[in-house]
Design a protein around this ligand. Structure first.
Ligand code: ADP
Length: 369
């Protein structure tokens, strides 16, 4: 299968012009949240709120341009709009529309909401989110998963859930359930691999509906699988959800770490505490002999976390078992709860819960070998 490259997608999108602004949509900086997964491409086109409804043809033209590339199996483009700007005369923490705190009232019944984020796609953010949610459940917490990766939802597949959510009262949706987790994802609301036809105010409202119009019930922790990247769309989401903290997933490569730093800065900008870094695909575990091989810059996330004054929460190897289990809807924490990797996820979950519940002890520190 031909690999689809980010540069090719951007080059194709550069051929699409915004008719009113007389320039192409890439040069205008309108493309955010690009994700490419095995030939499935997703991205958002940021537009002025007022123009949103008129821009369906532009959205379709962008999808067509990318669909024409070799190797592309599906394209999901969504229109997004920035929240209306805060009027300049308003005090910084007044209840003005658009003020960060005013926009994110708590979700009733949900004690703590945490984001699992990454600076770029493909680092294993969703795999980590699914396993962390299961690990939090395994240590006795009530857990929900909100798949906010609206461009490329992967929770239905990773948690092995199919079907459509039901409603009891015609107003709120019941979350889907598996492995003791409650879960909501765009993947349940639109068929997998079909382009999402989203008109109107679009992505933000989808997120806020999944957050507030779902019967989450009583939860200790809601784990939000964020869309990859640190663009404006992600920033808006980080602002919209009342987050107690964020966990940043990174691979050891420096380039990913640079991205991870951007992720950290994004959350700091919106006053969300970063609970720590997780290094994923940290070293390679040979499936045949069990031998461990370090990958180029293994340990980068630990160093970077120290440098940035945030905690290093743990590391997971590049292991085919992690891939196979998460890609087949039986994440390793659920299917092999006593395996060494599941134990690492549980250690990380324990540490996260300590931090969230304020029961932080100075010693012993978690040591992950
Ligand atoms: P992201 O959410 O960052 O785009 P995913 O969680 O979808 O990334 O992971 C991308 C791919 O990598 C998936 O096929 C997943 O199963 C695989 N993967 C994730 N973490 C690991 C790991 N530690 N070892 C092996 N494969 C992994």
């Amino acid at each position: 299968m031909t690999d689809v490259l980010e540069t090719d997608v951007m080059a194709a999108l550069k051929q699409v012009n915004d008719p009113e602004r007389g320039q192409d949509i890439v040069s205008l900086g309108m493309i955010t949240g690009l994700s490419i997964r095995e030939g499935h491409v997703g991205f958002a086109i940021e537009v002025d709120r007022a123009r949103g409804p008129k821009l369906e043809p532009l959205r379709r033209a962008a999808e067509k341009a990318v669909e024409a590339l070799p190797g592309v199996l599906s394209v999901s483009a969504v229109l997004t709009a920035e929240a209306p700007p805060r009027p300049a005369a308003q005090p910084a923490h007044g209840h003005a529309h658009g003020a960060p705190q005013a926009e994110k009232p708590a979700v009733p019944g949900v004690k703590h909401i945490i984001a699992v984020a990454s600076g770029k796609g493909g680092v294993g953010k969703s795999t980590t989110a699914a396993n962390l949610a299961l690990a939090l459940a395994a240590i006795g917490r009530k857990v929900g998963v909100l798949d906010a990766d609206i461009y490329g939802p992967s929770m239905p597949r990773m948690l092995g859930i199919t079907g459509k959510p039901t409603t009891r009262d015609g107003k709120t949706l019941e979350p889907m359930r598996n492995f003791g987790l409650a879960c909501m994802s765009m993947g349940f609301l639109v068929a997998e691999d079909t382009p999402m036809i989203w008109r109107g105010p679009m992505v933000q409202s989808a997120l806020s509906q999944m957050l507030r119009d779902v019967n989450w019930g009583e939860l200790d922790v809601m784990v939000v699988d964020m869309p990859p990247g640190t663009g404006d769309a992600q920033l808006t989401m980080a602002q919209q959800v009342p987050l107690a903290g964020a966990v940043i997933v990174s691979t050891p490569q420096d380039i990913a770490l640079l991205d991870a730093r951007k992720g950290l800065n994004m959350f700091r900008k919106v006053n969300v505490p970063v609970l720590g870094f997780i290094e994923n695909m940290s070293y390679f575990l040979c499936p045949k002999c069990g031998e461990r091989t370090d990958i180029f810059s293994h340990g980068g996330a630990r160093k970077e976390a120290e440098k940035l004054g945030t905690e290093f929460l743990g590391e997971l190897p590049l292991d085919v078992v992690i891939r196979e289990t998460s890609d087949s809807g039986r994440p390793i924490v659920a299917s092999q709860p006593d395996s060494p990797h599941a134990k690492v996820y549980k250690q990380i979950a324990t540490r996260i819960w300590e931090k969230l519940s304020g029961a932080e002890r100075k010693t012993p520190r978690i040591v992950v070998q």
